[in-house]
Design a protein around this ligand. Structure first.
Ligand SMILES: Cc1cc2nc3c(=O)[nH]c(=O)nc-3n(C[C@H](O)[C@H](O)[C@H](O)COP(=O)(O)O)c2cc1C
Length: 134
């Protein structure tokens, strides 16, 4: 999902796209970006451990600096996914970020069918940012 979303955002030529795995992403990336597309598999009813680690590392350094920053979520899950979405939305609310698109939830068995939605998510974020809509 991340690869398709990033490729679609890049294909707009409207923004610079920086893709990071959760373990390599840090506060410098967060401060430098104008918006975020954050994805996770759902594990044990929540976000993956590495995404939680990412949020734990950036939470205090980012707090009060990025109010209103646009973001959207994408989640892959075996059969649910709502726990991961709710947990990440709670953190994003704490950071004061603004959710600008509904979360994209794909069940892993239907992933192939959702790639077009992934493309739309990436393109819409890129174009929304570049046009100043968010
Ligand atoms: C340790 C573990 C815990 C998981 N917990 C959940 C869960 O709570 N809810 C859910 O819908 N899927 C769960 N899954 C399924 C993953 O979300 C799924 O494996 C992931 O989205 C990637 O899909 P794939 O395994 O088909 O590549 C879990 C998978 C693992 C390995």
């Amino acid at each position: 999902m991340a690869e398709v979303i990033a490729a679609a955002a890049e294909a707009t030529d409207a923004v610079d796209v920086i893709s990071r795995g959760a373990s390599e992403a840090g506060i410098e990336d967060v401060l430098a970006a104008d918006g975020y597309l954050i994805g996770s598999p759902e594990t044990f009813g929540s976000m993956s451990g590495l995404i939680k680690d990412f949020f734990e590392r950036i939470y205090y350094p980012a707090q009060d600096q990025l109010t209103g920053r646009p973001y959207a979520l994408f989640v892959c899950a075996g059969n649910d996914g709502l726990g991961a979405i709710a947990a990440m939305q709670r953190i994003a609310r704490g950071l004061g970020w603004k959710e600008v698109q509904a979360p994209l939830l794909a069940r892993s068995h239907e992933l192939e069918l959702r790639l077009e939605d992934c493309e739309q998510l990436g393109a819409a974020m890129a174009l929304g940012l570049s046009m100043g809509i968010f």
